[in-house]
Design a protein around this ligand. Structure first.
Ligand SMILES: *Cc1c(COP(=O)(O)O)cnc(C)c1O
Length: 420
């Protein structure tokens, strides 16, 4: 891996050789998050915007020279990434914006953005000859790891809060993961998983602990820019729980700037639920995320429910260094965004996915954004992940099915009530 120069500690700036440390800066323990540093001159010799134009591999591995894996590493066969980027002119017109695109990461193999990171985790674990991979998750990172492991027959142990939506737990069991339903919050599951990994020597995929997860997530930025023909949008809206996705988006954009493939940094807009708004509060009050204590987390958007965002250093830098903003939205606004997003762009998101759209609506309402801006909304998870919330969202929107007996006359009766 000549193209990876070092792992740099985000807290102290200290650089480690790639094989010197496994996950974190030992001086800071579990909080010692590392950033992967690359030799961009070398990378520029292996890949270019022109070579990509000829590349028919429509998944994250088209960017392999920009990823922390060996050039000849075997990669999982599941088609992760290269998700659709839909032009959404009706949404743009409705919001009074110049251009809006919706990138639908619910279209990944296990139906969320998390597949991007888990694909890297599986390759890194194989590189290390790991017997078992583990992760804690609110649900989607678990389903992603579970599916990616199934594709390469990799044993894995998963820790999720027992409150995770049933669809996500079903995915884990179908793929045959060993599933620990933790009687506590995601934060409790995370701590237990870290302890278990240390106790049993399992390969650890945990977000903001394993430095390579950011590297998988950054592929969404590569795709956004490539799909827009290397013309960057003005802003990208994305929901934030642990902060790994927004940190990954930032990393990908920094890579592209370093390579000279884009000439402008889009502003990153982090959307949090009011009931789980650690990053929003820290940003508004200019608090130090290294010392700010956890907050209580409770929101309908289970995927962004995190009392202590594990990737808060990267997540804060992503917003501050791009001149973006954090926005918080209520659970009602999130639920209203599910049918709104679906009706304006035909993308069905789970609550955490639709939250990004709720954030865009609020940014427009509060004049944080001007009408000539070009905006990307990232849907991070498929709506089928959480049917209970989807049903609640349409009930709140007043959309109901009609009951009809299998008889044309009865249908006519019902139709009359609709037409009136
Ligand atoms: C994990 C997840 C998020 C948030 O990502 P973080 O890296 O935790 O900030 C948002 N939406 C969905 C659907 C997710 O699964």
């Amino acid at each position: 891996m000549d193209h990876v120069i070092s792992l740099r500690s985000l807290i102290s700036g200290r650089e480690f050789a790639v094989n010197e440390v496994e996950y974190v800066d030992p001086e800071y323990g579990n909080e010692g998050i590392l950033d992967v540093c690359y030799d961009y001159d070398l990378i520029g010799k292996c890949i270019s915007r022109e070579s990509l134009r000829e590349n028919r591999e429509l998944n994250i591995w088209r960017y392999k020279p920009l990823l922390p894996v060996e050039a000849d590493a075997a990669v999982p066969s599941l088609a992760v990434g290269w998700t659709p980027m839909y032009d959404a002119p009706r949404m743009a017109a409705y919001l009074g914006l110049k251009h809006v695109w919706v990138k639908d990461d619910g279209r990944n193999p296990t139906a969320s953005f998390k597949d991007r990171a888990s694909a890297i985790a599986v390759v890194k674990a194989r590189e290390k000859g790991a017997g078992i991979i583990t992760t804690a998750s609110t649900g989607n990172a678990a389903a992603a790891l579970s599916g990616l492991c199934a594709s390469v027959e990799q044993p894995n142990v998963i820790f999720v809060p027992e409150s995770a939506p049933p669809a996500k737990i079903a995915q884990l069991l179908v793929f045959n993961s060993t599933v620990m339903l933790v009687q506590g919050t995601y934060d409790d599951a995370f701590e237990l998983c870290l302890e278990a990994a240390a106790e049993y020597g399992w390969y650890n995929r945990n977000t903001a602990y394993n430095p390579y997860m950011t590297e998988g997530k950054k592929t969404a930025s590569f795709e956004i820019c490539e799909q827009l023909n290397w013309k960057t949008p003005d802003r990208i809206f994305v929901s934030v729980g642990d902060g790994c996705i927004i940190g990954g988006l930032h990393k990908g954009l920094k890579d592209l700037l370093a390579l000279g493939w884009i000439d402008k940094m889009p502003k990153l807009m982090g959307i949090q639920a009011v009931g789980s708004s650690y990053m929003y509060q820290a940003w508004v009050n200019d608090e130090d995320v290294l010392t700010k204590p956890p907050v209580d987390a409770a929101t309908v958007a289970d995927s962004i429910s995190a009392g202590l965002p594990r990737d808060r250093l990267k997540a804060m830098a992503a917003v501050k260094e791009t001149d973006g903003a954090y926005i918080s939205v209520t659970d009602d606004e999130i639920l209203a965004a599910i049918p709104a997003l679906a009706r304006l762009s035909a993308v069905f998101g789970e609550p955490a996915g639709a939250a990004a759209y709720a954030g865009l609506v609020k940014a427009v309402q509060e004049n944080l954004i001007s009408s000539d801006e070009k905006v990307v909304v990232l849907n991070t998870g498929n709506g089928l992940k959480d049917i209970a919330s989807a049903m609640k969202s349409v009930e709140m929107a007043g959309t109901k099915p009609y009951r009809v007996s299998p008889d044309l006359n009865d249908l006519k009766r019902v139709m009359r009530t609709i037409i009136e």
